[in-house]
Write a new protein. Structure first.
Length: 520
């Protein structure tokens, strides 16, 4: 009996040092140059560091660069590096099995990001960069071709992580499956499609407010159950410490319609939710052949003609924020809650009547193209818009077919979304800049407005955040007035943890950071 009791206590103690979560989408690589999807970004975030990082409020914070300066013209950045950051131990570093990160490591890492041979999907973050170089071991310089105030945000992406040249270029070394970084956790073992284990980095440079070395956990264990419902069941059974997001297979099981935890889980589970930098919207092709949606009265009527709050409550279990405030989402520093469309059925009806009287079309018709995932929202809108005098046909397409049709202008009214790559509203406003017309850019609506373009270009030259945010809000107002889109809702991050987990923050980019997590 004594042996059994001691054995159980030892097991519980070890378990309290391991953080376990499931990745249903699998992980294709652990090379940060290919950290494009969320599942890869989450794993790489535990393994690598860059010059700067984001806090949970999306403010730029020091990382390997302890400080930096920006020239008055916004073109030249100087980063001063810490001298106590070491790569994870590896025999390729020689006798000491590690070494200090220096400025030439960033020179190598960014050159690799640009290399056509590497073909990283993240090379675009350097599109405004003229040159970069190591001035000395602790000073790194970047020169831009034109001012880009959001540039520091780009450098916080995992693409810009530092990697060691001698490991990366060692013959027969597979960096994709055996990464060496500087992060709070280091690679231990990876059985693809089964399990990935990361161990605590004993020489990590960051400390908490009390001076204690991070991270607190001993290990991170990631499983790869492809079915999200199976992952949910494993979480409920206590086999996982964390799940993220709401899947239709379990959203009503764990949440009430108002978005609260179901009472039966309240004692075992914590719900953490907050804004997510994802705007879900419907777009109009502004230079298409459908004359109905080319009329601003119809576009505005569609915006006025449904209750966004009701849609979020009944179809999303309140996991979303009604998009009554423009294209810039809640959670972004330049968000303006005074813009947008409220539900106004009478206003919507009058706009449709005006259009009908002028054109002679008694019941205007629109065709909404979407995919099967959003059919519930499409059918809700169809019913609501019929009440204001519009006939709505729903055209359901496979996701890949819909994306291609949107990019090539084959659909005039379509469902879309935009998730921010970096924490600056320019990310969203670029969707409406006339020089970004799809398929060569993200302007899928082909919206073109001279006043908008002038403000967009002016914002690039503005280094004062407050003044730049004012320009962003002026652009957002033009989008609302001209209505090339129908903002539906700003998404929310929903995270569920066991009660014994603490220190797991939440941020509008839904970035998973485990260095401050504890398990009791």
């Amino acid at each position: 009996m004594i042996l059994i009791s001691c054995g159980k206590n030892q097991s519980d103690g070890n378990d309290a040092l391991v953080f376990r979560y499931n990745e249903s989408a699998n992980i294709a690589t652990l090379d940060p140059a290919f950290a494009k999807s969320q599942n890869v970004i989450w794993a790489c975030h535990q393994l690598f560091n860059g010059l700067v990082q984001l806090d949970d409020s999306l403010h730029i914070q020091p990382d390997i660069a302890k400080e930096w300066t920006i020239s008055e013209d916004g073109l030249t950045y100087h980063f001063t590096l810490r001298n106590d950051v070491y790569f994870h131990k590896n025999q390729l570093f020689g006798v000491d099995s590690t070494r200090t990160v220096i400025a030439t490591d960033f020179e190598y890492s960014l050159n690799r990001l640009k290399s056509e041979k590497v073909a990283s999907p993240g090379g675009w973050i350097l599109q405004n960069v003229a040159e970069f170089k190591a001035v000395n071991d602790t000073l790194f310089k970047i020169q831009l071709t034109q001012p880009f105030p959001a540039f520091l945000g780009l450098l916080s992406m995992k693409y810009a992580s530092v990697v060691p040249k001698e490991v990366m270029e060692s013959p027969n070394y597979d960096f994709r499956t055996k990464p060496i970084g500087t992060g709070p956790f280091q690679f231990k073992i990876w059985e693809e499609n089964v399990k990935l284990v990361l161990r605590r980095n004993p020489i990590y440079f960051e400390k908490d407010k009390k001076g204690l070395q991070l991270p607190y956990l001993e290990a991170v264990a990631i499983t790869f159950l492809p079915d999200k419902q199976s992952g949910f069941l494993a979480f409920i059974q206590g086999k996982l410490d964390f799940i993220s997001g709401l899947d239709p297979s379990y959203k009503d099981e764990i949440l009430t319609q108002k978005g609260d935890l179901q009472p039966k889980y309240a004692k075992e589970v914590n719900l953490i939710s907050g804004p997510y930098l994802n705007t879900e919207y419907l777009g109009f092709r502004m230079d298409g052949s459908d004359k109905t949606v080319l009329d601003k009265r119809i576009r505005q009527a569609l915006n006025y003609g449904f209750d966004r709050a009701k849609m979020i409550t009944y179809l999303r279990n309140n996991m979303g924020i009604p998009a009554t405030s423009g294209v810039i989402p809640s959670g972004m520093p330049s968000f303006n809650g005074q813009l947008g469309y409220d539900f106004n059925a009478e206003k919507a009806k009058s706009l449709v009547v005006d259009y009908s009287l002028e054109t002679g079309i008694k019941k205007p018709k629109v065709i909404l193209s979407t995919n099967a995932t959003y059919i519930d929202i499409a059918e809700f809108l169809q019913r609501e818009w019929q009440k204001i005098g519009l006939e709505v046909e729903i055209d359901v397409n496979p996701p890949s077919t819909l994306r291609q049709a949107i990019a090539t202008g084959k659909v005039s009214f379509f469902r879309a979304s935009w998730i921010a790559d970096y924490p600056d509203a320019e990310n969203y406003l670029s969707l409406f800049y006339s020089k970004n017309f799809a398929p060569n850019g993200p302007n899928y609506t082909h919206f073109s407005n001279a006043a908008f373009d002038a403000l967009y270009e002016k914002a690039f030259l503005e280094t004062d955040d407050a003044k730049r945010f004012d320009l962003y809000q002026q652009m957002d107002k033009i989008i609302i007035d001209e209505a090339p889109i129908i903002p539906l809702f700003y998404d929310k991050v929903a995270r569920f943890t066991r009660k014994n987990v603490s220190g797991l923050g939440i941020n509008p980019l839904n970035l998973l950071s485990l260095k401050n997590v504890k398990k009791e």
